[in-house]
Design a protein around this ligand. Structure first.
Ligand code: NAD
Length: 267
């Protein structure tokens, strides 16, 4: 049986992609589409909005109105909306797949307070390639360890509001925890002026913003005499959307608790 899925943020860049990814999935069916209160797209057919032709699922502004129609919510919206939706899903026995990034420490803490109350997957990036590269980064960090300088460079489209990207931070976390470093103390976010020589333990982040770049990440392991670079480039948001839909179908029937995309992919 395909999983009944609601998409919130249905009119957003990712929302429209998710509607398309669900339409081509055998394991999922779109049964509800939600947008924010003031959206001019309330009442519009979500299939038409995604360029697929009518699918009969009209966009609503109130998740309560569609609560009996879905089992798993896919949420790529904004931090405060995602925290409220997680609370809603916990209270109504639903699962949630969270794609939103850019949570403040406070928002992240309120999100985590629901982790034992519902089945939940939260990933900074739902593409298979990025999740595989997290594994590769751990292998590289373990082998190269303290002999290299590690830097992460990411590029995204001009509309992205948070920096560095959630994916870059997740990559930094994967490397730092492999090397028993605390990312909050070793991360360096951009450099300017008389910064002094580089300290080996630090992990540097550089952010590029512009155009329609979907998402590029390069991680450099730099030694004297050689440099290893691991690069992932997303050329379409469909890579994230397909992964999130796969995650939502996988989550159906799982016990309460927090899962990762690596669980979904068996990595
Ligand atoms: P977007 O601005 O195009 O879309 C967000 C949508 O959410 C908008 O249509 C907005 O109206 C809607 N929204 C906001 N508040 C809402 C609410 N309370 N209820 C319902 N809808 C609401 O942004 P986007 O590019 O689609 O990205 C959305 C989020 O997903 C960002 O945080 C982005 O960083 C993240 N993202 C994550 C991944 C991943 O793989 N994890 C991939 C791409 C983007």
């Amino acid at each position: 049986m395909p999983t009944n899925i609601a998409v919130t943020g249905a009119a957003g860049r990712m929302g429209r992609m998710l509607i398309e990814a669900i339409a081509i999935s055998k394991d999922a069916v779109l049964t509800a589409a939600i947008e924010r209160l003031e959206s001019s797209l309330i009442g519009v057919d979500s299939g038409e909005l995604a360029g697929l032709g009518k699918n009969g699922v009209v966009i609503v502004d109130d998740i309560n109105a569609v609560k009996s129609r879905f089992d798993v919510l896919i949420d790529f919206t904004a931090p405060q909306a995602t925290v409220a939706n997680t609370q809603f899903c916990a209270e109504h026995g639903k699962g949630i797949v969270i794609g939103t990034t850019g949570f403040s420490a406070e928002e992240q803490a309120s999100l985590e307070s629901y982790y034992t109350q519902l089945p939940i997957i939260k990933a900074a990036n739902y593409s298979t390639g990025v999740n595989l590269s997290l594994k590769l980064l751990e292998i590289a960090a373990k082998a190269l360890g303290d002999d290299v300088d590690i830097e992460i460079v990411e590029a995204h489209h001009r509309h992205k509001v948070d920096a560095p990207s959630g994916t870059a931070l997740a990559m930094g976390e994967a490397i730092a925890s492999t090397l028993n470093r605390d990312l909050s103390t070793v991360a360096v976010y951009g450099r300017e002026g008389q910064i002094g020589a580089r300290e080996r333990e630090t992990i540097g982040f550089a952010t590029v913003r512009g155009g329609d770049v979907v998402g590029d990440h390069t991680i450099m392991f730099m030694a004297d005499g050689e440099r290893l670079e691991i690069t992932h480039k997303a050329s379409s948001r469909m890579a994230f959307a397909r992964g999130a839909v796969r995650a939502a179908a996988w989550l159906m029937g799982k016990k309460r608790g927090v899962y990762s995309m690596r669980d979904v992919l068996g990595l």
